[in-house]
Write a protein that binds this ligand. Structure first.
Ligand code: PMP
Length: 381
């Protein structure tokens, strides 16, 4: 009675935890939620009535033009006519998968990679393979191992926090050009930069390959607006418009109106600066608390931007098991098993979000994780 592909579709393990995460006694490092107090300084006047009418599939012309200006500064060939406003950048993943992925279509993803993208590519039947960041061209030299699409989040990745170097970015662009692999670059964290790091889009380095570049207002403005955008090469763009039209006609115009107000607000840079300073401080406090409570028990790198620490247990123990015990103590995080091209298998890594829990909660939550890990080290050691 139901479609065959629905059999493989499971809900997101992170979203499943969100409800528990709302309970006041729970300390959550699980989601990627912005700090709730960051919404307080948004200017939200009543919008004009005209936004209640149906609008164009591509999105509001003024918003597309404003986004095109920003993308031109990043070196992207993305005029307003090739900008599509999305109902959150998650929709861009859905549209890209519909455009490229049939059953067994090879898709290259990072290891680890954004779990909700893996779910979408799997849903459409994609055969996921791990991308070798150091030398993508080597793996793609044989036609049979060549992916059709390569999906990457090179700037402050979810979940690893990693920011690709200029050489890594050049190498992937060259590999995509040489092997004619389409590049899908997902860039929702680029503005949350705490330390200097190369952020130039890989799509801007391509000479020939087809591409989709997408961004989001979720991390810098408010995820509840559900506003993202994509730009794409001229061969792909008309198909993406048709897919968007079939999906939901157009993105919510009220939210588009608010997003445009944000972009045109003269104090936008100041507001972003405040947010970045606040998150940098949270990251630093979190890093210090990680040292205090997980030092000697796990390895991690301090991320130069974004919202996540990615930590790997020295013992090699499964973080899924750690989560079961942490839940009993009201602490949540996302175990590493969900972030790889292979179907979930136990992993010693975990993703810890540092933007949502306040300083005291982060300290208590990490102390509990440290305690649980020390206990199990005592049991096995
Ligand atoms: N891509 C990545 C890498 C993400 O981390 C997220 C949100 N967690 C999204 C896309 C989707 O974001 P949104 O739909 O809110 O723009």
């Amino acid at each position: 009675m139901l479609s065959r592909r629905i059999a493989d579709l499971a809900g997101s393990p992170v979203r499943a935890m969100l409800e528990t995460a709302q309970r006041p006694e729970v300390i959550s490092f699980a989601g990627g939620l912005p700090a709730p107090d960051s919404f307080a300084d948004l200017d939200l006047p009543a919008p004009p009535l005209e936004v209640l009418q149906y609008g164009p599939t591509e999105g509001e012309p003024a918003l597309r033009a404003r986004i095109a200006q920003d993308l031109a500064e990043l070196g992207l060939d993305a005029p307003p006519e090739r900008i599509l406003i999305l109902s959150g950048s998650q929709q861009g993943i859905d549209l890209a998968a519909k455009l490229f992925v049939d059953r067994a279509t090879p898709v290259a993803v990072e290891a680890p990679a954004y779990l909700a993208a893996l779910q979408v590519f799997r849903f459409f039947g994609g055969a996921l393979q791990s991308l070798d960041r150091a030398d993508p061209a080597a793996a793609w030299s044989q036609a049979e191992s060549r992916p059709v699409l390569s999906y990457v989040t090179p700037t402050f990745q979810n979940p690893s926090g990693h920011c690709w170097s200029a050489d890594e970015r050049d190498a992937l662009a060259q590999a995509c050009d040489a092997a004619e692999v389409a590049l899908f670059e997902d860039d929702p964290y680029r503005d949350l930069a705490y330390d200097a790091c190369e952020r130039g889009p890989i799509c801007a380095r391509l000479q020939r390959a087809s591409w989709i570049y997408q961004g989001s207002f979720s991390k810098t403005v408010a995820p509840g607006l559900r506003i993202g955008y994509l730009a794409a090469s001229a061969d792909l763009f008309p198909h993406l418009i048709n897919l968007k039209q079939a999906a939901d006609l157009h993105t919510n115009r009220l939210s588009q109106w608010y997003a445009l107000r944000y972009l045109e607000d003269p104090s936008r840079a100041q507001r972003l600066n405040r947010l970045v300073n606040r998150y940098r401080r949270r990251r630093d406090l979190f890093a210090a608390a990680m040292d205090r409570h997980l030092g000697g028990l796990a390895d991690w790198e301090v991320p130069a931007g974004g919202l996540f620490f990615w930590a790997t247990l020295k013992s090699g123990a499964d973080t899924g098991e750690l989560l079961r015990r942490a839940r009993e103590r009201n602490v949540l995080f996302t175990p590493g098993e969900h972030f790889f091209a292979d179907k979930p298998t136990p992993s010693a890594s975990m993703r810890l979000n540092f933007s949502h829990a306040d300083e005291d909660a982060a300290e208590r939550g990490l102390a509990i994780l440290g305690e649980l890990l020390s206990q199990s080290a005592g049991q096995t050691g």
